[in-house]
Design a protein around this ligand. Structure first.
Ligand code: MN
Length: 148
């Protein structure tokens, strides 16, 4: 089962992300600031990091910089999660070596698509077996979103 680390200083946002992830069968760990995020990456070796940009101790830009310069973490897929919806932020974020980008409030379907895109690169052969582990698929919602 894929393990996702949420690095986010806002407790409400952390809880929301945790629920969306657990609903889809992911194992979830949480960090409350950038320093804790870096320590937890070493400790629990997540498969993917959801990284808030605005955080105390180290912000998301500082954290992604440290991740990419550390050989033990450099290949970790990292998705920026940010409320900074201003023009140009998306480009700035992708330029900062993030693998993806989600804007707040995080949309369940967008989150699922980013996770599928980044995690299934390594697990193509397991997709059909593991699509909805631990939860019942919501067929109507899935079908509705596929037309987007
Ligand atoms: Mn924040």
């Amino acid at each position: 089962m894929s393990k996702v680390l949420i690095a986010e200083d806002n407790a409400v946002n952390r809880e929301l992300l945790r629920e969306l992830l657990e609903m889809r069968g992911y194992t979830v760990a949480e960090a409350c600031d950038g320093g804790e995020a870096l320590r937890m990456i070493e400790q629990i070796q997540p498969d993917l990091l959801l990284l808030d940009i605005g955080m105390p101790v180290l912000d998301g830009y500082a954290v992604i910089g440290k991740i990419r310069e550390n050989p033990r973490m450099a290949r970790l897929p990292v998705v920026a999660v940010t409320a900074y919806a201003m023009q140009g932020d998306r480009e700035k974020i992708l330029h900062a070596k993030f693998d993806g980008y989600l804007s707040k409030p995080v949309n369940s379907q967008s989150l699922a698509e980013e996770l599928n895109r980044l995690l299934n690169k390594r697990a193509d052969r397991d997709i059909s077996r593991n699509q909805t582990p631990g939860s019942q698929p919501n067929d109507k919602a899935e079908a509705a979103h596929k037309s987007e």
